[in-house]
Design a protein around this ligand. Sequence first.
Ligand SMILES: [Zn+2]
Ligand SMILES: [Zn+2]
Length: 225
Amino acid sequence: MRALKVDYAFRRGSAVAKKARVTREREVRLYENNFLEALTRVHPAVPLCVWGPISIGLIYLGYHLDISPIWTASLAVIGAFVWTFAEYCLHRWIFHFEPKNDKVRDFYYPMHQLHHDVQEWDRLVAPPMMAVPFILVLVTIFYLLLGTPTLFPFFGGFLIGYLFYDYIHFYTHFITPKSRIGKGLRTRHLQHHFAGDDIWYGVSSPLWDYIFRTHVPKGAKLNEL
Ligand SMILES: [Zn+2]
Ligand SMILES: [Zn+2]
């Protein structure tokens, strides 16, 4: 298994920024078994095809089960907002958790550390093998907290938040943005990759980084972090 050690400050327009482009090569093979290996990769359109109809269906189900249209829409918006917090927590405390045991660390590696080491284009969005267990755990937690039918539009919005995250993440690696918002999203995420993996855990929004003080203060020199 190849492990890149990247330890330098990211500067927009620098050689590092160019290096941050994703690779279309399949550089890292995780499993000898072809089936298991295939499960670690995914065409970027798959999450949208799988979770898109489910999220719309859940929102419609809430409306269908006599939740008023305004409350259905509000629950979906609240769900998408709660996703931004879940995204921050998952990235900071689950994906960047460092198991002490070697065997556990090997098991854990494909979840996120692999993506920090090498950015392969068909591993930029979450493959179902990874997304399904997380979503099952989260939907169970929200079911216990909210019950049905409140859960349906809420979780529909939550999944839409997740889809935004997955594709914004894809975008930050794959596309050189022109807009101010796009440049901000990309710069923050590439700083997380190349300047320090203890900054900018939020990908779709910097909100929780500002709240938890994992943002980069204006004017800070990244290589001093
Ligand atoms: Zn990334
Ligand atoms: Zn990370």
